[in-house]
Design a protein around this ligand. Structure first.
Ligand code: ADP
Ligand code: MG
Length: 673
C-alpha cells in the first residue's frame, strides 16, 4: 500500500476522527507511523488491581464476576453494578450506566481480561470503574505485551490510535531502508522496517531505545544535510583586510585574539561574496565581540555603504557610539547616534544625513527602525545582544536596506552543536578564547549571615581604587515581598562606606540621568553603583572588580552570567559575590553551584539547557524544517554530533546525493523543502 494512503483507510476511522487526527498532523497512514508514542504501557507482567495507583490508574488484569445488582441511573434507565474479584481476591465494581443488558454477558462465575485507563479505589478498599474493556483472552487484552501510549486529542482514544498504528504498520510494511545500507551496521542502527514497528510495538526495553535512536538519527541526518546544502550555495571568497582595517587594529593598545582574527576574516569573506550575509557572532561576555563588529562595519563602509548598529538599551547604544567615535572617527568615518530621545531639529538633520548617505554608521536602539528612518545604501545591520530583539524587529531593520547583510551578536552562548542546529540558516563564528591577561572572576557564594566579611573585602578594593556593582532585584519595597531593594540598600551602603562616592541607578531614572551616572562611573567620580539589573547587558567598565548580586537565587543562570560579566574585563583580579537566603530550592542550588564551578559561558549555557530545557532558547529561531518527532535537541547532543559528521561525509563524497544508496535521502530532503 502507498505511504500516502489516507488515515480513513483504517477501519473505524471516519470523517470526524480524521479531522481531529489532522489537527495533530496525522493525515496519512505514514503520518501515523511517524507519530511517536509518548510512553508505553508495559503489560508484560501479570498485574492485579492493587497495582492501580492514583498516579497510574490504568490496569490490565484477570477478573471473575461474583455478583450483580441494579439501580436506577440518574437520568433514565438502569445501571448494572457487576462485582468481580481479581486473582489476589480484591474486589472491583464495574459500573455499566444505562446498560443493564450487560448482565447477560457478565455471567456469574465468568472470567475476563479487563483493561481500563481509570480505576479508582474507595476508602473501604473496593476498586471501581465505569470505563473499561473486557476481553476473553490475554492476547486480545494486550497482556504480555508493551503497548504504545500516544498523546491524544479531542475525542480520539488510545484504542483508536493503537488500532490505527497497528493497521498502518501492517499495511505499509515492509518499510524500505532510508539510510545507505552500510550505515546500519557501522552505527548499530535498526533497519527502518524494524525501527518503525518497534517504536510502536517494542518487545523489550532495548527495542525502544534502539528504535528511537535510529529514527532520531535519521531525522537529524536529514536536518544536517539540509543545513549543509543551504551553506553550499554561498560562494566563499576571502575578503582582504584593507589598509584602514589594519590601521584600526594597530591603533589598539592590545592585539586581537586569534578568534577575533578568524571571525573578522569569515565576516569579510561573507560581505564580499555577493550574497547577503546572515552570521551569528557568539562569544562569552567580555570576549571582545564589539571590536569584530567595528572591523566588519569598517569593511562595509569602505565599499561606500552604510552600516546600522542596534543595541537593546539606550545605555548600551550610547556606550557603543562612544566606542565607535573613539576608534572609527579618526579614520574619517561619519557616525551618528539615534534613539527615541533624539527629537526635533536634531532628529530631522540626522535622518536627512542618513537618507542622503552622508552618515556612514548609525548606532542606536530599536528607534533605528522607526518608520521615518530611511537609508541611502544600508548594506550591513549589526545587532548586539540579538536575543533581546524579536524576529520582527530584526527583520524590520534589515528591510531598510536592499540585500543587507546581518551580523547578530550574542553573549548568551549556545552550545555549538545546538547553535548550528537552531540557527540552521545562519553561519556561526565563535569567540572561544578570552583576550589574554584576563583572570577568571572568582565567585563566592555568600549566605545572608556572612555578608559582613564580604563588605570588608570590598572596602579593601575601594582603597585600591577599584569599583563595584551592588545588584538587587527590586527598585523599592512596594508590596509585601521581603526582597531587598536598591532604594533602601543604597542608604545602608552609604552608611557602611562613608565618604565613598556612589550612585543609585535603575530603569525608572530619566535616560539623561542614567547616562550621566554611567559617565561618572567610567570617570571614577563614582566608585560603586547600587543597581537593578539595568547594568546587566554590555556595560564595559574596566576598573570595576566587584559584583555583588543579592538574592542571587532568584536570578536565572543567563542573567547571573551576564551580570558577573560586568567585572573581570581587564587584567585586574575580580570577584563576584552571590548572596543567597537560607531556604534555597533544589533548582536554585543547582544554578548557584554552576556559577561557582565555572566561568565558561558555554558550560553555563549547557547546564542552563539541562536545568530548563531548550524551549526558551529555541524561541522564534526554530527554523522551518525543525519539526523533530523522535530526536530531542536537549538530550540528543551526541546523536546530533554524529549526524553532522555523517552528513559532512556524505556531502563530500556525493554532494548531489546521486548514488543509489543515497536515493532515499535525496527524496526525503526534497520533500522537506
Ligand atoms: P563582549 O564580547 O562582551 O561584547 P566587549 O566587546 O565589550 O565584549 O569587550 C570587552 C572588553 O575587552 C572591552 O573593554 C574591549 O576593549 C576589550 N578587548 C576586546 N578585544 C580585546 C583583546 N584582543 N585584548 C584585550 N582586550 C580586548
Ligand atoms: Mg557586548
Amino acid at each position: 500500500m502507498n505511504v500516502d494512503e489516507r488515515i480513513t483507510e483504517v477501519p473505524g476511522i471516519g470523517k470526524k476522527s480524521a479531522a481531529e487526527l489532522a489537527s495533530i498532523g496525522i493525515h496519512t497512514l505514514m503520518d501515523m507511523v511517524l507519530y511517536p508514542p509518548r510512553s508505553y504501557d508495559d503489560r508484560r507482567e501479570e498485574r492485579f488491581l492493587s497495582d492501580a495507583t492514583p498516579d497510574n490508574p490504568s490496569i490490565a488484569c484477570r477478573i471473575t464476576v461474583i455478583s450483580h445488582s441494579q439501580f436506577p441511573s440518574k437520568r433514565s434507565g438502569m445501571t448494572l453494578k457487576a462485582t468481580c474479584i481479581d486473582d489476589e481476591g480484591r474486589k472491583l465494581e464495574l459500573l455499566c450506566f444505562n446498560r443493564p443488558f450487560m448482565k447477560d454477558m457478565l455471567k456469574l462465575g465468568s472470567s475476563w481480561y479487563i483493561t481500563s485507563p481509570a480505576i479508582e479505589r474507595s476508602r473501604n478498599g473496593i476498586y471501581s470503574t465505569a470505563s473499561f474493556e473486557l476481553k476473553r483472552s490475554k492476547e486480545e487484552a494486550g497482556i504480555g505485551k508493551i503497548l504504545p501510549v500516544y498523546p491524544l486529542t479531542g475525542s480520539i482514544t488510545e484504542k483508536m490510535l493503537r488500532n490505527a498504528s497497528a493497521y498502518a504498520i501492517s499495511a505499509l510494511s515492509p518499510f524500505p531502508d532510508e539510510l545507505p545500507f552500510e550505515m546500519y551496521q557501522r552505527l548499530s542502527l535498526l533497519h527502518h522496517n524494524d525501527a518503525y514497528r518497534l517504536i510502536h510495538y517494542p518487545e523489550n526495553d532495548s527495542d525502544i531505545i534502539n528504535a528511537r535512536r535510529t529514527l532520531a538519527f535519521t531525522e537529524l541526518l536529514l536536518m544536517e544535510l539540509a543545513i549543509l546544502r543551504g551553506k553550499g550555495s554561498r560562494k566563499k571568497k576571502q575578503g582582504a583586510e584593507s589598509k584602514a582595517e589594519a590601521e584600526l587594529v594597530s591603533s589598539l593598545p592590545f592585539s586581537l585574539t586569534q578568534d577575533q582574527v578568524s571571525a573578522a576574516a569569515e565576516i569579510r569573506a561573507d560581505l564580499d561574496s555577493g550574497t547577503p550575509m546572515n552570521r551569528l557572532l557568539q562569544g562569552d561576555v567580555g570576549s571582545g565581540k564589539t571590536l569584530v563588529a567595528w572591523i566588519a562595519a569598517l569593511h562595509e563602509i569602505q565599499k561606500g555603504n552604510q552600516v546600522a548598529f542596534m543595541a537593546p538599551t539606550e545605555l548600551l547604544a550610547r556606550q557603543h557610539a562612544e566606542g565607535a567615535a573613539e576608534l572609527l572617527s579618526p579614520l574619517g568615518i561619519r557616525i551618528a547616534f539615534l534613539t527615541g530621545n533624539v527629537k526635533g531639529q536634531s532628529r530631522k538633520l540626522l535622518l536627512e544625513s542618513l537618507r542622503k548617505g552622508i552618515t556612514d554608521l548609525v548606532v542606536g536602539t530599536h528607534a533605528l527602525f522607526s518608520e521615518d528612518v530611511s537609508f541611502n545604501r544600508l548594506k550591513l545591520v549589526i545587532i548586539d545582544e540579538q536575543h533581546r530583539f524579536g524576529v520582527q524587529q530584526r527583520e524590520a531593520l534589515k528591510n531598510k536596506g536592499i540585500d543587507a547583510s546581518i551580523l547578530s551578536m550574542t553573549a548568551t552562548p549556545i552550545p555549538r552543536t545546538l547553535a548550528l542546529t537552531l540557527f540552521a540558516d545562519l553561519d556561526v563564528s565563535t569567540l572561544q578564547t578570552m583576550p589574554s591577561g584576563r583572570i577568571p572572576v572568582k565567585t563566592y557564594l555568600v549566605s545572608d549571615k556572612k555578608r559582613d566579611d564580604m563588605y570588608q573585602s570590598i572596602a579593601v578594593e575601594f582603597q585600591r581604587g577599584h569599583q563595584a556593582y551592588f545588584v538587587y532585584p527590586r527598585i523599592d519595597d512596594e508590596g509585601e515581598s521581603d526582597l531587598r531593594d536598591v532604594t533602601h540598600m543604597h542608604e545602608e551602603l552609604k552608611s557602611r562606606y562613608p565618604g565613598v562616592p556612589s550612585a543609585l541607578i535603575h530603569s525608572k531614572l530619566p535616560e539623561e540621568e542614567k547616562i550621566r551616572i554611567l559617565h561618572d562611573f567610567r570617570a571614577k567620580k563614582i566608585m560603586y553603583l547600587t543597581a537593578t539589573s539595568v547594568v546587566e547587558v554590555g556595560i564595559d567598565i574596566p576598573d570595576a572588580t566587584c559584583m555583588v548580586i543579592e538574592h542571587a537565587d532568584i536570578f536565572g543562570l543567563a542573567a547571573l552570567h551576564q551580570l558577573r560579566g560586568r567585572v573581570g574585563r581587564s587584567i585586574l583580579p575580580s570577584y563576584c559575590f552571590l548572596v543567597f537566603s537560607s531556604n534555597l530550592s533544589a533548582e536554585a542550588k543547582a544554578r548557584l553551584s554552576v556559577m561557582k564551578e565555572t566561568n565558561d559561558g558555554f558550560r553555563i549555557a549547557e547546564k542552563d539547557l539541562e536545568i530548563r530545557g531548550p524551549g526558551e532558547m529555541a524561541g522564534d529561531r526554530q527554523s522551518g524544517f525543525l519539526r523533530l518527532r523522535f530526536a530531542s535537541l536537549t538530550s540528543d547532543l551526541d546523536l546530533i554530533e554524529q549526524a553532522r559528521i555523517e552528513a559532512e561525509r556524505i556531502a563530500r563524497e556525493d554532494p548531489g546525493l546521486l548514488s543509489i544508496e543515497n536515493a532515499h535521502l535525496r527524496i526525503a530532503l526534497k520533500e522537506q523543502c
